[in-house]
Design a protein around this ligand. Structure first.
Ligand code: HEC
Length: 153
């Protein structure tokens, strides 16, 4: 008697699993569950949704800013210009306004975390290279610290 019960239970489980599988065409289900790529709509930057919450993990002092300044000169100045106005020799002439790192009205959309992710990931058009291969995270945060000093208050 007990044995019989167990077998019907097993049969019920097998049947319901088979039923579920039949109702789920596997390819489609996997595709539907793919998370949307982390991207702010429209402007071409690839940013995690909470990028703005990320704070500079390093202590921002004169030494860090000086390190960032040297890195900026080496990596960013050719496009963004010596003062960050977007007037470097390799600047994209169509995007010069968007490359101005001093513009106070763009401060709100360029918190530390956002600037970090922008330079870490870059973007395709207008083109800004991704620096994740060229800089360590510490160096990237030093550049962020320096870039934030360029903005006019
Ligand atoms: C090849 C040229 C190039 C280089 C090199 C470059 N950038 Fe950019 N950068 C751009 C362009 C083009 C944009 C404008 C994109 C847009 O339309 O928002 C931009 C935009 C930015 C922005 C966003 C400005 C805003 O208001 O949204 C930040 C921040 C920035 N760059 C930081 C850096 C830093 C820091 C470096 C060096 C580590 C760097 N960039 C190197 C081309 C460059």
């Amino acid at each position: 008697m007990k044995r019989g019960c167990l077998w019907s239970l097993v049969a019920a489980v097998v049947l319901s699993v088979a039923g579920l599988a039949a109702h789920q065409p596997s390819g489609q289900a996997a595709g539907a569950q793919q998370p949307a790529p982390a991207q702010s709509p429209g402007n071409g930057w690839t940013l995690p949704p909470d990028a703005g919450d990320t704070k500079n993990p390093l202590a921002v002092d004169a030494k860090l800013v000086a390190t960032g300044k040297a890195l900026f000169k080496d990596k960013c100045q050719r496009c963004h210009g010596p003062g960050g106005l977007g007037d470097g020799p390799d600047a994209d002439p169509d995007a010069q306004g968007d490359m101005d790192l001093t513009a106070p009205q763009r401060a709100a959309r360029n918190s530390d975390g956002i600037v970090f992710y922008k330079l870490w990931n870059g973007r395709r058009k207008p083109k800004m290279p991704a620096f994740r291969e060229e800089l360590t995270k510490e160096q990237a945060w030093a550049v962020v610290a320096y870039v934030q000093t360029l903005r006019k208050k």
